[in-house]
Design a protein around this ligand. Sequence first.
Ligand SMILES: [Zn+2]
Length: 239
Amino acid sequence: MDLRLNVGLISKYTNKSQVARVLTEDWVLREIYCPSCGENREGYENNKPVADFCCKSCFEDFELKAKVGKIGKKVSAGSYEMMIQRIGSKEKPNFFFMGYQNQVWVVSDFFVVPKHFFVPGIIEKRKALSDNAKRAGWIGSNILFSQIPQAGKIFYIKNGEKTKKSFVLKKWQKTVFLKQIRNNESKGWILDIIQCIEGLEKDVFSLQDIYQFETVLAQLHPSNTHIRPKIRQQLQILR
Ligand SMILES: [Zn+2]
């Protein structure tokens, strides 16, 4: 995998966002294999709208969000209403996130979040634009990376270091069972429990360990008054 962006491509463009799009999209097409089936670049087809990719072998769709510098804690995701609507729809894509350096033109971070990790809980609603703004009243959104379990952030490149392909493919496969859980509320529960388990940083844990999160989970799911039974149920599913 070559981390360099092909700057030779940009001589024709002056618009900054166009340059960014051409470079990042070209790089993904060249260097990124499908995390679901491992197909190489020839398996990808450029779709409209730009920055969307589709794997010809397994038909997974991917949308790219790239930014200069570190990816950070959140990334803006357009209209809140649209985003929530997309999360609920069958056509929602998987997301590629990419951070790159625009002085030396190299990719420093790249990861995929499988679509089954997208639940309303990871979308932050921004303040409505003020009355003076061009699009007054418009409400934007952010994708909050802190709300996505580690298991759902599958890195190809982290701080300039490449991950083995076999590791990427294996990590993706481990998440596939989540696809079967269609209801967002149920999925939210599973993802919260995964985060609790990850927070323990232990290979072996007990039920008591997870009960420590009872208060936090109660805040996240205020309508549920039986947190402990719910925890036990979710652990059964994960097992
Ligand atoms: Zn594929």
